[in-house]
Write a protein that binds this ligand. Structure first.
Ligand code: NAD
Ligand code: G6P
Ligand code: MN
Length: 444
């Protein structure tokens, strides 16, 4: 450890509800991933300061050797950094609430990353993400961005088109969380397992779950999921725990029924059972409200308590243990570990019968030069058709953003499996344009 290289990390979206959990996790992993500097960066000074000041106290108590700051100044944030962990939310929860509630007015799925809500969020995120990549490259040209800002599928496609040579890796925590559930079901640890998986972000299937000796567990997991979904007896997680998430884990049972050969990503429920989702949504109290009244309150009140007392003793932030995959990813690049991880990458043959230029989610071997996607072979026509429809939606959104095209965004909404007609798509689009004034480029 003494001789191990030490890294400088900036967390972008310093005011995120996930920031304290990530920092606690980093502090717990210093033996694997030593830090010399840690910075928080956000464009909302007040929001970030609450967490920033509390974390200042935590760091002074737990790791005084790490140079720590929080800032809204891009030059200060991005100078001398090796990694940028990015989790920004353009428009914050105020806009997430609109993404979820506006579609519901039209009887359409209202979700953060899927359907019209995800499209609206994508149109807001692209500009901020590209600007941040440029800042990173200006001040630290060798820095890698590990991005989990959503909607990751659209952000990844925008990166592919607009910044194809930038060192940005897009990753999602849902397959990580679900694999933890699977490993619990079969009495293993996630690290014992290797998977095969194909799809898009928030839109995929596991085709194999094996241990390191090569024993296949998919049939055993499938039998369990056919009865219980991914709900487990014992809690295996600190994330994805609210009642609405439990409902989602359970619903995987009905996703599996559509094609029992593969284990589904829970996000498929928005595409395969949109009617069910709408029926079970409360148009005046959406997931954004749950998060505002739950996670956001907990995290920010803990921060305020720490600052008031001047110590973190007795009121510690919860560690985001689930997020150790971020350290695994950083280590893979830093130390060329060749870790096998699911990432969102340009297909280029990884899925043999799918477009080369599609951003897909597949297992990759990650080393110093970035990810090498592993070949997943050919996929069946049902999944292929669903994926082609969805990836085209994502591509149209990015094109609409770049060209300022109303027509293309209308087509994107019309094509989304969650939207029933071009009429509904147009009404929704006009409403979303109004709600996103100041965030979206002007559409003609
Ligand atoms: P949050 O609103 O609490 O935090 C986001 C922060 O980003 C806010 O403090 C906001 O001020 C800041 N921000 C917005 N625009 C910015 C910009 N241009 N530059 C710098 N900072 C900016 O949201 P949250 O619920 O904590 O989630 C954060 C992000 O992480 C979201 O995009 C969410 O979807 C994403 N997320 C992704 C995954 C995944 O699987 N990929 C998992 C969890 C969360
Ligand atoms: C999962 C997904 C993320 C998403 C998050 C939302 O982790 O992979 O992409 O942002 O769920 O969780 P929340 O608790 O904010 O609804
Ligand atoms: Mn995700």
């Amino acid at each position: 450890m003494e001789n191990m290289k030490k890294f400088s990390v900036v967390i972008a979206g310093g005011g995120s509800t996930y920031t304290p959990g990530i920092v606690m996790m980093l502090l717990d992993n210093l033996d694997r991933f030593p830090l010399r500097k840690l910075k928080l960066y956000d464009n909302d000074e007040q929001r970030q300061a609450v967490l920033g000041e509390a974390l200042d106290i935590v760091l002074k108590e737990k790791a005084p050797d790490i140079e720590y700051t929080f800032t809204t100044n891009p030059e200060e944030a991005f100078t001398d950094v090796d990694f940028c962990f990015a989790h920004i939310r353009t428009g914050k929860y105020e806009m997430r609430e609109k993404d979820e509630k506006i579609p519901l007015k039209y009887g359409v799925v209202g979700q953060e990353t899927c359907g019209p809500g995800g499209i609206a969020y994508g149109m807001r995120s692209i500009g901020d993400m590209i600007e941040m990549i440029d800042l990173m490259e200006k001040y630290s040209p060798d820095c890698w961005m590990l991005n989990y800002s959503n909607p990751a599928a659209i952000v990844a496609e925008a990166c592919r088109v607009l910044r194809p040579n930038s060192k940005v890796l897009n990753i999602c925590d849902m397959p990580v969380g679900t694999l933890r559930r699977m490993s619990h079901i079969i009495g293993k640890e996630p690290k014992d397992l290797e998977v095969r998986y194909f799809g898009l972000n928030h839109f995929g299937w596991w085709t194999s779950v094996k241990d390191k000796e090569g024993n296949e567990y998919l049939p055993q997991i499938r039998d369990y999921v056919a009865e219980n979904g991914y709900l487990t007896q014992k809690e295996v997680d600190t994330q994805h725990m609210d009642a609405s998430w439990q409902e989602t884990h359970k619903k995987a049972k009905d996703l599996l029924a559509v094609d029992p050969r593969f284990l589904p990503n829970t996000y498929l429920k928005y595409y395969l059972y949109p009617d069910y989702v709408v029926e079970h949504s409360n148009p005046s109290y959406s997931r954004a409200n749950e998060v505002i009244d739950g996670r956001e309150k907990t995290v920010f009140s803990t921060a305020k308590a720490i600052v008031e007392k001047g110590t973190a003793e007795g009121s510690e932030f919860e560690m985001g243990a689930h997020a150790t995959f971020v350290v695994d990813l950083a280590r893979a690049i830093a130390f060329n570990t060749h870790e096998r991880m699911l990432l969102i990458v340009e297909n280029n043959g990884a899925i043999a019968n799918f477009d080369d230029d599609a951003m897909v989610e597949v297992p990759c071997i990650v080393g110093t030069d970035g990810p090498e996607p592993l070949s997943q072979g050919k996929i069946p026509e049902f999944q292929r058709a669903l994926m082609y429809q969805q990836v085209t939606v994502e591509k149209l959104v990015v094109q609409a953003y770049i060209e300022g095209s109303y027509q293309k965004l209308w087509q994107a909404l019309t094509l989304s499996k969650t939207v029933s007609s071009a009429k509904v798509a147009k009404d929704l689009l006009d409403d979303l344009i109004e709600a996103n004034k100041g965030y979206w480029p002007e559409l003609k």
